[in-house]
Ligand binder design. Structure first.
Ligand code: PEP
Ligand code: MG
Length: 757
């Protein structure tokens, strides 16, 4: 059964549309369970009914015609109960309904299971038997497992509209009727043209696209294959005698696949049928791999991997020819399966108006970047049919996380109105630039910026920020081919220190690991967020750490506005060791005659142990800075990048609020300031609570700064404290957020938490 299930899931995942997926399901399940009928009903939420979408065994003409309202029939019962219904003789049941349209005799044995995705019943999967049959426990488990495995694929396919003309972009067919639900990534509203970018040489994420010139595509494809053949030949000769003969035989197999007509011929046929070369190649490889994957023999199944590898090689060769996309519409909304920092960099800044990523969440680093650039972003739009939206009009609401593909004109004009209001609001906020971030009762809360992108130093400096509260040094490390040397780092840091001097600039030491990888320093771990990250890596590699510390100290010579921040500290000894290395770097430089000054050193409080050790850390450090992005992730045990659990990720969780209070109290007990540099500080509603807690400074993306300043100038600390007291009595995040939003609305600041003014 497990094997059948595995194959079924593979086939369904490879299906190119909903109809095909459902057809595969009903055929395979009927055969596997030796049933007379297998059918799938999907729920039409708008009509509150279940519609027969696929069947093997009933009259095919009834597909799309048989409709049951939610309260009707056994289908409705399964859906309503959200659990299996197993009946030996269905007609005996009060909820039984016979449909003459199916043109079939009455069936007796009945087993129906709900198809549930994210707690929502999407439909019902049913098997029926002519004879009486009570399905045994194994059969029930099998059907439940099939339904649970298929729910995601069905949800995804359904979101694309279940339309047949699949090569067509969604907008060329009929558009998506409903908005897609994603997660707020960066505030603002984007209206523009979807441009899909995909990572190089990832065959699976290549979209279908109509070719501009069919013959040119065919030629490019044949040329790519020729190059791969040549490369493989050279590689094969080089490795002859080095590899054992059985491994070397792989090259022959590759050559045979490339010479045989099926791979090349099939792809050419697909190009001629109207798909561009990379899309046609993906289709061919997927079809061939499916055959291998379905084989019982493990050895042959592995050949599917070889084929994938070969596909990747041809794709890489094809992409060599394809110039990087040089033309972007002036209202580009960048769309991708997993939008990366380098994709963001690919689009000229003046053409980028929004970002939509299928994966990731608000605290993914790409969302942080979008906020730094002031670009509205939606993350975790899991149901977006990425391969079919290129070139479509798209609206991304960075407040609610909603995405509209080819929406009705009324929706576009409503969003245009909201975008206009947004622009007016932003222009109004500009006026705050030179005003102090001071509450009406005279409390000054310095607002700093989070940065790390060289390109955005200027907007940061022009934002009215009182310094840099978090400079993520990993960005300069990420865009290179090897670790940058001391003088190169020194130069980069100097620019930031100079830009803000005499105001403080907080350089955080290298914080890679987790979701931030360096291409030249790969780390492979099962649980990267619980693994080798941040200070754990730099303490294990003093040669990297010392170079960075020396570069920071040298960069600050004569300016003396450097603050050093240590990430991911979970024990006091890590802080002691880091201070020891800093002392060494400082002494070395002094001995070398550099007039370096001892910097202020801060600790990031971003793991739960640091909350409990806050007193000891505050005694040793000059300041504490709370990294709420990671602290929330670790306190709530919710991966900050996982869209599936993103609803559980909220820094307003009462547990996070209590932890923050504990850290402020510990810092102040030891006479040390406490600030927040996680994304929470840039959320005006959350910042209101941080103000009430007594935080000494807040650091955020440059685009959030005017909004938070507006809030601070409206609320006294006393009011914020009272509000904090009030929400501490609430147990539920939703209630807390609701209360804060109400407070902002009442103060006339509703535009900070929703689209419009
Ligand atoms: C944090 O964890 O809150 C933080 C500011 O660091 P990063 O987002 O870079 O992990
Ligand atoms: Mg962090």
């Amino acid at each position: 059964m497990l094997d059948t299930l595995r194959r079924l899931v593979q086939e369904v995942n490879a299906a190119r549309n909903l109809d095909q997926a459902l057809e595969i399901i009903v055929q395979r399940v009927k055969a596997a369970m030796a049933a007379d009928v297998c059918s799938v009903y999907l729920r039409d939420a708008e009509q509150q009914a279940h519609v027969l979408m696929a069947t093997e065994g009933l009259n095919p003409q009834s597909i799309g015609r048989v409709r049951l309202s939610d309260s009707e029939g056994l289908v409705g019962l399964v859906s309503e109960r959200a659990e299996p219904v197993n009946l030996e003789n269905a007609p005996d049941h009060v909820r039984y309904r016979y449909f003459p349209e199916t043109g079939e005799e009455r069936y007796h044995g009945f087993l129906g299971v709900p198809i549930i995705h994210h707690r929502k019943v999407l439909g019902v999967l049913i098997v029926q038997q002519r004879a009486r049959r009570k399905f045994d426990e194994d059969s029930v488990s099998f059907l439940v497992t099939v339904a649970s495995q298929l729910a995601g694929a069905i949800a995804h396919a359904e979101a694309s509209g279940g339309i047949n003309g699949l090569r067509e972009p969604v907008c060329a067919v009929s558009g998506l009727q409903r908005p897609l639900e994603g997660l707020p990534g960066a505030a603002g509203v984007a209206i523009g043209t979807a441009v899909v970018l995909y990572p190089p040489a990832v065959l699976e994420s290549i979209p279908d696209r109509a070719p501009a010139d069919v013959e040119a595509e065919v030629t490019a494809f044949r040329e790519a294959v020729r190059r791969v053949r040549e490369d493989l030949h050279i590689l094969s000769e080089r490795l002859r005698g080095v590899l054992p003969p059985e491994d070397h035989a792989l090259f022959n197999a590759y050559q045979m696949m490339l010479e045989g007509d099926s791979l090349v011929g099939d792809t050419v046929t697909r190009i001629r049928a109207g798909n561009w070369a990379p899309g046609a190649l993906r289709e061919t490889i997927e079809a061939h791999v499916r055959v291998f994957d379905a084989m019982d023999d493990a050895y042959l199944r592995e050949r599917g991997d070889d084929l994938r590898d070969l596909g990747r090689r041809i794709l890489m060769s094809l992409q060599q020819d394809e110039l990087a996309r040089s033309e972007f519409p002036k209202d580009t909304v960048l769309v991708g399966e997993e939008v990366s920092a380098s994709m963001l960099a690919e689009v000229p800044q003046d053409r980028l108006v929004g970002v939509v990523s299928v994966r990731g969440s608000r605290t993914s680093h790409v969302a942080i970047l979008a906020r730094a650039l002031g670009i509205p972003a939606v993350m975790g739009a899991g149901d977006l049919p990425v391969g079919r939206v290129d070139g479509c009009r798209i609206v991304a609401d960075g407040y609610s996380g909603r995405v509209y593909v080819a929406p009705a004109p009324a929706i576009i004009s409503e969003y245009r109105r909201l975008a206009r209001e947004e622009a007016e609001l932003a222009a109004g906020l500009q006026g705050l630039r030179d005003l102090r971030a001071e509450t009406p009762d005279g409390v000054h809360i310095p607002l700093y910026v989070n940065t790390g992108l060289m390109a955005d130093i200027t907007p940061s400096r022009n934002s009215g920020a009182e310094g840099i509260g978090l400079y993520r040094t990993e960005f300069p490390f990420m865009i290179r081919q090897s670790f940058p040397g001391e003088s190169e780092q020194c130069q980069i840091y100097r620019q930031a220190l100079e830009a803000f001097a005499p105001r403080p600039v907080t350089l955080r030491t290298l914080d890679v690991g987790g979701d931030k990888a360096l291409p030249y320093f790969p780390i492979k771990e099962d649980n990267p967020f619980l693994g080798w990250r941040g200070i754990r890596i730099t303490l294990d590699h003093p040669e990297i750490f010392l170079v960075q510390l020396r570069a920071m100290l040298r960069a600050s010579v004569g300016l003396d506005n450097l603050q050093i921040l240590l990430p991911m500290v979970s024990t006091v000894s890590e802080l002691d060791e880091a201070l020891g290395l800093l002392r060494r770097a400082y002494q070395e430089l002094q001995e070398e005659g550099e007039p370096v000054a001892w910097p202020r050193v801060g600790v990031m409080v971003e793991v739960p142990s640091a909350v409990y050790l806050a007193d000891a850390l505050a005694r040793r450090a000059d300041f504490l800075s709370v990294g709420t992005n990671d602290l929330t992730q670790y306190l709530l045990a919710v991966d900050r990048n996982n869209a599936r659990v993103a609803e559980l990720y909220d820094s307003l969780h009462p547990a996070v609020l209590r932890a923050l209070i504990q850290v402020v109290e510990a810092g102040h007990r030891n006479g040390k300031p406490v600030s927040v540099c996680g994304e929470m500080a840039g959320d005006p509603a959350a910042a209101l609570l941080l103000l009430g807690m007594g935080m000494d400074a807040l650091s955020m993306s440059v685009s959030s700064l005017p909004r938070v300043k507006w809030m601070i100038r409206k609320f006294s600390r006393a009011e914020a404290r009272a509000l904090l007291e009030e929400v501490l009595a609430l147990d539920d995040v939703e209630a807390i957020r609701g209360r804060l939003e109400r407070a902002l609305e009442e103060a006339g600041l509703g535009g900070l938490v929703r689209a419009g003014k």
